[in-house]
Design a protein around this ligand. Sequence first.
Ligand code: AHR
Length: 512
Amino acid sequence: MTTFTQLSSGQRPKISIHPDRKLSKINDNIYGGFTEHMGRCIYGGLYDPENANKNLIDENGFRKDVIEAMKELNVPVVRYPGGNFVATYHWLDGVGPQEKRPRRPELAWLGVESNQFGTDEFMKWCEIVGTEPYLALNFGTGTLDEALAWLEYCNSTQDTEYANLRRKNGREEPYNVKYWALGNECWGPWQVEQMTKEDYAKKAYQWAKALKLLDPSITLILCGETGHSTWDFYTLKECVRWDQHALGAGNITASLIDMHSIHIYTASDDPVKNSVAPRSAERAIEICSGLIDLARIENNVPASVPRQTICFDEWNVWDPQRAPGDQGAEERYTLSDALAVAVWLNVFIRQSKYVGMANIAQSVNVISPLMTSKDGLLKQTTWSPLLLFSKYMRGWTIATHVSCESYEGETDPKWLRAAMDTPWLDVSATLNEGGWVSVVVVNVHLRESFGVEMQGLSSRNGTVKVYTVAGKEWDTVNTAGKETIGIEEGEWDAQGEYTFPSLSITMLRWQL
Ligand code: AHR
């Protein structure tokens, strides 16, 4: 939580940090990824066996440079196989001998799916990366039987058909997939088998019951919308309830629904609107957490059932007009987009009490910080904030107060103007187990730097580590061989004010 006092021109900005006020634990899963069968995310991204440059490919056909980047980011969980793709995906097409797998028309992005990469390939990739798989179920053309069979294939140790199929395909031990999503964006008009909220809620609850009967250890994720919609209100009200018959008498510590998924993409052609737009996601989280509480209150869910958290399993900067989905959505990210991504991540830190997982959409090539070519990997501007946050912004969110001037112009979305403050300095702060306080300050102003009095911290050895991502022009992009926007490291002697340059992301780190 960061509180804010609006200053007028000429007043001296201040940021006060309170490491003694630990507010909420940050779930490491906010640094999750997402890989969909879309554009060049899987084929040419994760999996590239045809690449002539054999040094880039491992014995499984996986891109080694992508695996290294995922390891560097320390990505804890990766969602798969979609996205919109999942609404017509039959998982059985993607297991067993590769030469026998069917090629099928693909209706989300209007391509052809070869099924050369499927469940076992994804699980192997996750094991190599050291990340946890998160699977989304087909709520479009899929059946409950198919979903149960997939869960059995992945998690069962019994002597049953699909567990045995997994063994036959070379995997004796279960994969123990914990996270399962009950569909994806089922509300969207672009979706195969788009649903009404009434139809979805009824189906999701019944599927949840069956899935948890088969494996009560899984975490089930309801398909929400933006967090601030009637769909979210209704589906939470219908599905976040406690039904003792659903889970066996006396079981009052579990619930069928554990998390609620929401998606938001932000973007604007105006660089300041673009950088402050993720504040709309902050309001969405606040509203959605209220809707979760409302459902629990009205449905008399006992306090012994853990509070459902938000699974923000698609977020990023994306303008689908600029980078259309059916053309692979290969966004070229600017410095302004890097600032926006840092504000997005500040939002997750400030709202860590409510966010159980967040997944940048997507991990490779499709609206991604990482772009492969046949010769190597480009790290776009948005890579740097993601890396800095994932490395250092873990542990606890701590209380922070910012006093500065703010951007008062129009916003994108328009409703944000009345709903949230948009200070020029967007700030969050954490305290980790090693006693390090990390503060991220994003200065979204195009021209003005701000000298700021930093209050409340003194470091053990008198110096503060500094990491800066900055540039002169908001539209600077990184290109192959010229990654202009990156991380600069330095130190500050903690004397006087710290000056945050225009168009910059600054991380300051104190060891207490
Ligand atoms: O991430 C790209 C697409 O955006 C996903 O497939 C879909 O869920 C969303 O609309």
